[in-house]
Design a protein around this ligand. Structure first.
Ligand SMILES: [Cu+2]
Length: 192
């Protein structure tokens, strides 16, 4: 029967503590070294990786960004898909995409090989811009306008998934980017 009282303030009895074994020390050393490598990779990748944001970012009022998006929609709207406007800006244009619970507004129609400045921001909470099936990921934060210089290099009908949990309808938050091959085919399909 257990009769002894033992509190957490007493050190346990017996040979419970041993100095770290040499192999454990080596392992901790390797892990620490690797942490340092990854730590150094962050700034290195920013300059050398060629895949980081191009560096255009500024503070913006979420409602002002949304108003700018609406203005952009009015300017270049070419159609509708289930209530969402389809917008086809000319090559070189500033493109505005607002994330909000639970949609990406508007649907973008871009041209392969043309360059655009894609402005991303959120009207409410953090969202994650994730272009499927292409591996493009970006945090969309309210209050910040992120300008990404993009040049679509593949044509197709792509989906934007939200990959930052943003609420009850998060899983329904799917946007669309249509990339057309050449200017000539841009008008044939209309709103697909
Ligand atoms: Cu989400």
């Amino acid at each position: 029967m257990h009769t002894e009282t033992h509190t957490g303030l007493d050190s346990p009895r017996g040979n419970w503590w041993k100095p770290a074994h040499k192999t454990e020390k080596v392992w901790v050393g390797i892990a620490f070294g690797w942490c340092m490598v990854l730590f150094a990779m962050m700034p290195l990748w920013h300059w050398k990786g060629g895949q980081n944001p191009s560096g255009i970012r500024r503070r913006v009022e979420p409602t002002a960004f949304f108003a700018r998006t609406e203005e952009f929609i009015k300017q270049y709207k070419v159609g509708d898909d289930r209530g969402l406007p389809i917008v086809q800006p000319p090559p070189g244009a500033d493109v505005y995409l607002t994330a909000m619970a639970f949609q990406w507004r508007p649907i973008l129609k871009l041209q392969k090989g043309a360059q655009y400045t894609l402005h991303l921001s959120s009207l409410d909470v953090n969202h994650g811009f994730s272009l499927f099936p292409i591996n493009v990921n970006f945090q969309v934060v309210p209050g910040y306008d992120y300008g990404l210089r993009v040049r679509p290099n593949a044509s197709g009908d792509f989906r934007i998934m939200c990959n930052e949990f943003c609420g009850i309808g998060h899983h329904t938050m799917v946007g669309r980017v249509i990339v057309d091959d050449a200017p000539a085919v841009a008008t044939t399909g209309g709103a697909r």
